[in-house]
Design a protein around this ligand. Structure first.
Ligand SMILES: [Cu+2]
Length: 218
């Protein structure tokens, strides 16, 4: 049974294993250790950080389970270790496989971050059994918005992917302590500079049409 499962999994494209963070670029991904807290086994901060708009930016994921609970946490600082204490997106449930984009992740305004602030983002999901799965990216928070092209390239939704539930309490890994909220995002994103209106449109979970039709998994 286990070996059959393993063979079946290894025949699937890599991107269908667990889930992957593709924007901002993840520290790394390894199916085997993605369940290691924090950051799925990747403890070293990236030298090459991704610029991430303070006013809000997309989180692009590749979903490998038919249904997944996801939450997004942020840590401020150049090397936060496991201190991802800011809830940037409360737990939600995603149905479907492939590309899934959370259109706009922004920080609580009470944090008062400024242009150039270093931070890390950790996306947490539930696992097949107990515990969680983790992916991290290290970013530099900037006042510049993504261009519309960059936004479109990094915020895609597969046809059959949808959010079935939002604002679920607790952490997808089943613990309430690992990333206990000290500050919560309001979800409101400032919309001042150019491109904001266009991006706001995409914030509402626009479901694209990328293909990869209903690939049933196990
Ligand atoms: Cu999995």
């Amino acid at each position: 049974m286990l070996s059959n499962t393993f063979v079946a999994l290894s025949l699937l494209p890599l991107t269908l294993a667990h889930f992957q963070l593709t924007f901002p670029k993840a520290r790394g991904f390894s199916d085997d250790v993605e369940s290691n807290f924090p950051c799925g086994g990747f403890n070293d901060v990236q030298k090459q950080r991704t610029d991430f708009p303070i006013s809000g930016g997309p989180i692009q994921l590749n979903m490998g389970h038919p249904q997944t609970n996801i939450a997004v946490y942020v840590a401020i600082g150049d090397n936060p270790g496991s201190g991802f204490s800011v809830v940037a997106r409360q737990q939600l449930t995603v149905d479907g496989l492939g590309n899934f984009c959370i259109g706009s992740i922004s920080l609580p305004t009470s944090l008062n971050v400024s242009d150039g602030t270093l931070a890390s983002i950790q996306v947490v999901s539930n696992n097949h059994e107990s515990g969680g799965l983790y992916q991290c990216a290290d970013v530099k928070l900037v006042n510049t918005q993504l261009s519309q092209t960059d936004y479109n390239n990094n915020c895609k939704n597969n046809t059959n992917v949808r959010v079935s539930q939002e604002n679920i309490s607790g952490n997808p890994n089943g613990s309430s302590t690992n990333a206990s909220p000290s500050t919560s995002a309001t979800g409101a994103t400032p919309s001042s500079s150019k491109g904001a209106a266009a991006q706001a449109k995409a914030v509402s979970w626009v479901l694209g049409a990328v293909g990869l039709a209903g690939m049933a998994m196990l």
